[in-house]
Each structure stands twice: as structure tokens, then as C-alpha cells.
Design a protein around this ligand. Structure first.
Ligand code: GTP
Ligand code: MG
Length: 192
């Protein structure tokens, strides 16, 4: 995928902040620290465009990026970080659900799970929600570089069993591996 431009558009803390461009949009969803921002940077070949951090739960807004002037990425806040307050956790659910429900431009959800671990309860809940509401989605298993080929294959099988999805793609932002397959899914959704 040739990226001629990739720019940060804005951070949205509420619905009235959502961009009004009406371009196709891809959402990145997953627990705190799973690697959403890193995946975005890896796909775009831009190191610090989406902010990454070692402190989970840092991103509390939906961050929008415009790619090649023609479609948007939405980096959603991570869920399931135990240390944030209950109100904040409820806030996540409300903001994410409102977005997923109402955003007409949404053409693909990318659900991220950590390739090293079995999906969590919240991962399973999100997956059920996406299927229940007929949202187009794929699953990306992040941090694949931290596993041997054998363990990765084993874990992908388990992820596939627990999270039914049309596509489950391994990815490593550290090694920039798996970008082509994720791009193929994104472009298929954008061009539909
Ligand atoms: P929040 O914004 O807090 O929800 O986190 P996030 O899902 O955006 O995660 P982020 O991209 O900030 O990555 C979290 C940590 O995991 C960072 O320290 C990254 O460097 C690391 N990380 C992300 N992807 C990979 C990967 O593919 N391989 C390795 N080894 N580390 C990764
Ligand atoms: Mg992030």
C-alpha cells in the first residue's frame, strides 16, 4: 500500500467532535496496551503518528487519522484497564458503543487481541457484540514477534476457536510483519 499522506485529524471526546468528512472509516478496537496505535503506525509506516505508550489506558479519546486524503482510521481507547475508575470504564463502553452503533461511515472494525494470550472476557464480549450487530470485522493478533512459529500457530488456533471471525491475521508492529494482509482487508472494505 502506498501512503502518500497520513495526518492526524482530531481527538474526539464526544460525538459532536467526530469528523464530518463522510469518508469510509476503519476502527481499531482492543484492550489497553494490545497495540492499536502501534498497528496504525506500522500500517502507515509513520513512527509516532498514533501515540504509543507503556502506560495502559492513556488514550481516552477517539483519535482520527486521514489516509491519502480518502479514508479515515479511528483509534479507539483501550478497554479493560483495571486501574481506571468505574466511571471511566462506563465512559469507555458508552463512547465506544455509541460510536460503533451510530457511525455510518464505519466500513470495517479491526479487533485486536494479544497473540500471546487466550482472548479475555472483554475480548469475547466485544466479539459477540460485533457479530450480534452484524458489524464487518476482522481479528488481528498482535505482538506475534514475541512467540515462536509453533506457539503462534497454536495460539491462533485457540483465538479462532474462541473468537469466530472471517479473518484472523497475525501481526508484528515491532517487525512490521503482517501489514500486507491487514491492508488487503482494509482496502477490500473501503472499495466495497
Ligand atoms: P492504549 O492506547 O493504551 O489503549 O494502548 P494501545 O493498544 O494503543 O497499545 P500501544 O500501541 O501503545 O502499544 C503498547 C505497548 O506494546 C508499547 O510498549 C508497544 O511498543 C508494544 N507493542 C505494540 N505492538 C507490538 C508488537 O508488535 N511487538 C512488540 N514486541 N511490542 C509491541
Ligand atoms: Mg493507543
Amino acid at each position: 500500500m502506498k501512503i502518500s499522506s497520513a495526518e492526524f485529524v482530531k481527538s474526539a471526546f464526544e460525538r459532536s467532535h467526530w469528523p464530518v468528512e463522510s469518508m469510509s472509516e476503519i476502527a481499531f478496537l482492543g484492550r489497553s496496551n494490545v497495540g492499536k496505535s502501534s498497528l496504525i503506525n506500522s500500517l502507515l509506516g509513520r513512527k509516532g503518528l498514533a501515540r504509543t505508550s507503556n502506560t495502559p489506558g492513556r488514550t481516552q479519546s477517539i483519535n482520527f487519522f486521514k489516509i491519502n486524503g480518502s479514508f479515515l482510521f479511528a483509534d479507539l481507547p483501550g478497554y479493560g484497564f483495571a486501574k481506571v475508575s468505574k466511571t471511566m470504564r462506563a465512559g469507555w463502553g458508552k463512547m465506544a458503543e455509541e460510536y460503533l452503533f451510530e457511525r455510518e461511515e464505519l466500513v470495517l472494525c479491526i479487533q485486536l487481541v494479544d497473540a500471546r494470550h487466550p482472548p479475555s472476557k472483554l475480548d469475547i464480549q466485544l466479539n459477540e457484540w460485533l457479530r450480534h450487530h452484524d458489524k464487518p470485522f476482522i481479528v488481528v493478533a498482535t505482538k506475534s514477534d514475541k512467540l515462536s512459529a509453533n506457539d503462534l500457530a497454536k495460539n491462533l488456533k485457540e483465538i479462532r476457536r474462541v473468537l469466530p471471525a472471517a479473518k484472523i491475521l497475525p501481526h508484528s508492529a515491532a517487525k512490521h510483519k503482517g501489514n500486507d494482509d491487514v491492508w488487503a482487508a482494509i482496502l477490500a472494505a473501503v472499495e466495497k
